[in-house]
Design a protein around this ligand. Structure first.
Ligand SMILES: C[S@@+](CC[C@H](N)C(=O)[O-])C[C@H]1O[C@@H](n2cnc3c(N)ncnc32)[C@H](O)[C@@H]1O
Length: 270
């Protein structure tokens, strides 16, 4: 099939709609999503699903990279996030993507429907990740690909080493910190999780990302750090938060370089 619509595309950088979709992605999501987009198989995909598509990433990008012959769906319960995704789809005029508001635990798709399921920083962090993975296997056809990205244990270890020092004399906070650190994924854990739910792991690609800050003050006041991480850190510190964060800042006076171990994990529905 040949479509020559692109020949009439007008790159209008003054269009509010195009500008709204231009700056579209948290750098955090991008680190993992770029890894996914480099590795995910794009051949022979008729129907694809992005589980936990949020504001439309990697959903819309994937739909465009697969091309219009692929029918691409995204699901997420986040109403406001999906509204933003719809705005981007309209701005980009991406024709082959459909959004569903709902949970991965009960998806509105037939059994064996999809050739490809992706989830960027998604499914293995959901509250009921086993329920979500059962549903992924149900809607995947036999032989379908599942491609997940996740951060791994060792995530931000430089920060957590300083955190452990800051709570060293508070046994309860130290215990909470250890539990918090241990909840991160490991390669053997994700492999077993996929295998338990009917996906044989075929390929794993590991990569290390980096986030740098001038000092701890910049780190703790960074917008996305506050949005994505600070609440969990405050729960670790609990009532002692002012004192613990003061000690943390004393330990993070110079440059802060955070290591972000990441993995792309690809499985096949067996
Ligand atoms: C860390 S965000 C990742 C979003 C997006 N994939 C990205 O890369 O920016 C996790 C996403 O999972 C969604 N989520 C949480 N629980 C879910 C569920 N039960 N079913 C589907 N999505 C869920 C959240 O609303 C959020 O959009």
């Amino acid at each position: 099939m040949q479509r020559l619509d692109f020949l009439t595309f007008n790159a209008d950088f003054s269009s509010p709609q195009i500008l709204a979709a231009y700056d579209e992605l948290p750098l955090w999501s991008a680190m993992f999503g770029l890894l996914l987009l480099e590795e995910v198989p794009l051949a022979n995909v008729g129907r694809a699903l992005d589980v936990g598509c949020g504001t439309g990433f990697p959903l819309i990008e994937l739909a465009e990279r697969l091309g219009v012959t692929a029918d691409v769906h995204g699901i997420d319960p986040w109403t406001a996030g999906l509204e933003r995704a719809r705005q981007k789809i309209a701005a980009r005029a991406t024709p082959n993507v459909t959004i569903h508001e709902g949970s991965a635990m009960a998806m509105p798709f037939d059994d064996g429907h999809f050739d490809l399921i992706v989830s960027n920083l998604g499914v293995n962090n959901f509250d009921d990740r086993a329920g979500a993975m059962r549903e992924c296997r149900r809607v995947a056809r036999d032989g379908a690909t599942i491609a997940l990205t996740t951060n791994l244990q060792g995530h931000m270890r430089e920060f957590y080493d300083a955190f452990a020092e800051a709570v060293a004399d508070d046994a309860e906070a130290l215990r909470r910190l250890e539990t918090h650190i241990a909840h991160r994924a490991t390669i053997p854990g994700v492999r077993q999780f996929l295998q338990e739910h009917g996906f044989e792991v075929r390929r794993i690609v590991e990569r290390e990302g980096v986030m740098r800050f001038a000092n701890g003050d910049a780190l703790l006041n960074h917008h996305f750090i506050k949005l994505g991480f600070l609440d969990a850190w405050k729960e670790v510190a609990a009532d002692n938060a002012p004192e613990i964060f003061k000690r943390l800042l004393e330990r993070l006076t110079g440059k802060v370089r955070l290591t972000i171990p990441m993995a792309y994990i690809e499985g096949m529905a067996t």
